[in-house]
Design a binder for this molecule. Structure first.
Ligand SMILES: [Zn+2]
Length: 207
């Protein structure tokens, strides 16, 4: 079952606020942060936080209730697909770490592809997306999570792990997350980190 079973139906107030913003000739994706949309952002945040049982869509860590601890995420980036900025199926909530990492990549144009091709309407099925999509996909079909480490089961899983640098925990041990992407490497590293005996560690490193 996908984490998000229901999409938001925005209130009349929110729809009016959006209308006021998008009809201004200078409207762009940057207006997402406008004060006029504060209520809209809060409505979206609260709705999806409940839907997702207070867990980040990508890393599944617990997200707090505050605006700084719970970020509204545009699954396909609003800078590239501004037309989907308020599309209910394009929205979810994520933690500050995932938000920071994905936003940095978006700004530097270094974001992995999200969609197989540019659609006019928002895609209605999982197959159109190159990343895990919390409205369409089962998380466990694509990503296995063990003790804060993430292992891909599919290409979508791999792209998502890479996009959000989900294996950031390995940095604590001096590994570079981008170098640790395959299940085999992850399994080996996991064993190394969890082996208490020096001879065992040496054996594993030799492998
Ligand atoms: Zn996260």
């Amino acid at each position: 079952m996908p984490d998000i079973m229901e999409s938001i139906v925005l209130s009349e107030d929110s729809l009016r606020a959006i209308e006021d913003v998008v009809t201004v000739p200078t409207y762009s994706f940057r207006d997402w942060s406008s004060d006029l949309l504060k209520g809209v952002r809060s409505e979206i945040r609260n709705f999806y936080r409940t839907q997702q049982k207070a867990r980040c869509a990508y890393c599944r860590n617990v997200i707090t209730k505050s605006a700084s601890g719970c970020h509204v995420e545009h699954i396909v980036p609003k800078s590239k697909y501004t037309e989907f900025m308020f599309t209910p199926k394009n929205l979810c909530v994520i933690c500050p770490d995932c938000n920071e990492i994905k936003r940095e990549k978006e700004v530097s144009n270094n974001l992995e592809g999200m969609l197989k091709k540019d659609p006019k309407k928002y895609p209605r099925s999982s197959s159109a997306f190159l990343i895990y999509h919390p409205h369409f996909d089962d998380y466990e079909d694509h990503i296995i999570q063990i003790d804060g480490y993430y292992i891909d089961r599919t290409d979508k899983g791999a792209t998502t792990i890479k996009m959000c640098t989900l294996n950031r925990r390995v940095r604590e041990f001096g590994f570079e997350p981008s170098l640790v992407s395959s299940p085999k490497q992850m399994e080996l590293m996991y064993k190394i980190l969890n082996s208490g005996k020096l001879e065992e560690i040496m054996l594993l490193i030799e492998k």
